[in-house]
Design a protein around this ligand. Structure first.
Ligand code: PMV
Length: 325
């Protein structure tokens, strides 16, 4: 059977950095995110006896590095569906992959949905989220709609994401300022392995529960100032862990740093915006809908910015009728 799904990457306001269990990807702490409706991964999967081996094509290339991880994920789904049939997978991103824009989140969310349905599974949102998490942790947050919480959980069955507010709850805007097309030097999975080697990791864990509660309140109350302050401080805290890991990770470029300073300056000048950054050089800037035009105008004046990608809160992963092959 052939099925196609689309999914959006998500931006974490409270981040996942560090695992309590590697193989199952159980996170050290819970996290909060929003799906990004302006960025999309589309994936078609077909299981057929006609295929002698799995074939994977991402963004029109046969990417052998990622293929192993995708085939492992297909194996999880084949085990659930009790089949051994090989699959053809074609996936396309509407945005640059491997530069910190979380293509693995939307990628594994779309793959989980398309492959599960193509394998004939009748599977709940919670089960899809648990499945997607095992492909790439943050992918579990791209399964449900809108504003999402990933419950860290003590076991695989307890570690999944749910909607805390629908996409329509709050009209905030995420603008990605692309400052590089270069792929990151250290992958997220590899980098995250060393999180607990930072002397600050334990301290971070101690206040995560409170921070998550405060963030949920800020989103519930649509308090953009509290939301923005927590979000920006959280991104800097995660990067403080990265910078102090053994071996240290510096994901920023000159352009990233310049934009961090610009955001603070624009904010001091009355344009309320806040940044957050993942494992890449590109920077997400959050603002209220009314300020989005002014912020885009400011970004046009920054020479390091090669492209801007605008999103509002988006839906979760879902099946569509148009196939890629
Ligand atoms: O799911 P992964 O392995 O791509 O890890 C995501 C890690 C961060 O993007 C840095 C933080 C997050 O919570 O999205």
């Amino acid at each position: 059977m052939k099925k196609t799904a689309i999914a959006h990457p998500n931006i974490a306001f409270i981040k996942y950095w560090g695992k309590k269990e590697d193989e199952l990807r159980l996170p050290a702490n819970g996290s909060i995110s929003m799906n990004l409706d302006g960025l999309t991964t589309t994936t078609t999967v077909e299981f057929s006896e006609a295929y002698e081996k799995d074939s994977i094509m991402i963004d029109k290339e046969n990417l052998f590095e990622e293929a192993d991880r995708v085939i492992k994920h297909l194996d999880r789904i084949r085990a659930l569906a009790n089949i051994t049939t090989k699959a053809k997978v074609i996936s396309e991103n509407s945005f640059p992959s491997g530069t910190g824009l979380s293509s693995s989140a939307s990628g594994f969310a779309a793959l989980s949905v398309a492959a599960s349905y193509a394998a004939g599974l009748d599977i709940s949102e919670k089960e899809l989220s648990i499945l997607a998490r095992q492909g790439s942790g943050s992918a579990c947050r791209s399964i449900p709609d809108g504003f999402v919480e990933w419950l860290d959980g003590a076991t695989s069955e307890d570690s999944y994401a749910t909607t805390i507010f629908p996409a329509s709850h709050w009209d905030i805007v995420d603008i990605v300022a692309v400052v590089s097309q270069e792929k990151k030097e250290v992958s997220t999975s590899k980098g995250m392995g060393g999180a607990d080697t930072s002397p600050f990791f334990e301290t971070r864990q101690k206040h995560m529960t409170q921070k998550i509660a405060d963030m949920k309140d800020a989103i519930k109350n649509k308090d953009f100032t509290v939301f923005g302050e927590i979000t920006e401080a959280e991104a800097l805290e995660m990067h403080a862990i990265m910078l102090t890991q053994k071996i240290s990770l510096i994901y920023w470029s000159v352009g990233t740093l310049q934009l961090m300073k610009h955001v603070k300056k624009w904010r001091a000048g009355g344009l309320e915006c806040y940044f957050t950054i993942n494992t890449g050089q590109d920077i997400h800037i959050l603002c209220q809908s009314k300020d989005s035009g002014a912020l885009q105008g400011k970004l046009k004046e920054v020479p390091e910015v090669t492209r801007v990608l605008l999103s509002r809160a988006g839906m979760g992963a879902r099946v569509i009728d148009t196939h890629l092959f």
